[in-house]
Design a protein around this ligand. Structure first.
Ligand code: ZN
Length: 201
């Protein structure tokens, strides 16, 4: 058994003009695929080869000798999650339970949007911006490199990849424009809402 590159729910050109097919070709078919293949090389013939991706991440997260394993496992997980967080003609304010939660936790969608854009643009270097559930609260956080909130006891609801490889072909150094396009035109709120847990984790 080995870890696999999960299929996308949309065509490579489906997120245009916000994310080009060319970016998706590199990002999904080269970067994401490489994390999955490196992970398979690292676990070959050892117990983590039979674990879930989440368990591999949790067990390697704080292990000094497990950094390569954690980085590749977490990047495989983060990318699979990021693709699920987007859909063509997405973005804007959510409705339903998540709209209420954003209101209760941030004072409304606009304030959440500002917090998310701030976290994504101020993350120094490579990383990820997240909307997470922490106990009963929702929070916006950023993580660096491959780091993932799941291994810190938080439940990811939404993420945006802010590694340069996510936007450089389309936006060059304008990360803020990429993150705005993500929030305003691509977010799959139905998927984010499906990740909400009723009780504190
Ligand atoms: Zn990426």
């Amino acid at each position: 058994m080995s870890f696999e590159l999960p299929p996308l729910d949309f065509a490579l050109d489906a997120l245009e003009p916000h994310i080009s097919a060319r970016t998706m070709e590199f990002h999904y078919d080269k970067h994401h695929r490489t994390y999955v293949s490196k992970l398979n090389q690292l676990v070959e013939g050892s117990p983590p080869a039979r674990m879930s991706l989440e368990d591999v991440m949790r067990r390697s997260a704080d292990s000094p000798s497990g950094q390569a394993l954690f980085n590749n496992a977490a990047q495989a997980w983060n990318h699979a999650f990021f693709w699920k967080c987007m859909k063509p003609k997405g973005g804007g304010a959510p409705s339903g339970a998540l709209a209420e939660r954003l209101k209760g936790n941030f004072g409304g969608y606009d304030k959440f949007r500002t917090a998310f854009l701030d976290a994504a643009t101020s993350q120094f270097g490579s990383g990820w911006a997240w909307l997470v559930q922490s106990g009963d609260k929702l929070e916006v956080i950023a993580t660096s490199n491959a780091d993932n909130p799941l291994v810190r006891g938080k439940i990811p609801l939404l993420t945006c990849d802010v590694w340069e490889h996510a936007y450089y072909l389309d936006y060059q150094n304008r990360r803020a424009d990429f993150v705005k396009a993500f929030v305003d035109h691509l977010v799959n709120w139905e998927y984010a809402a499906s990740q909400l847990q009723k009780k504190a984790a």
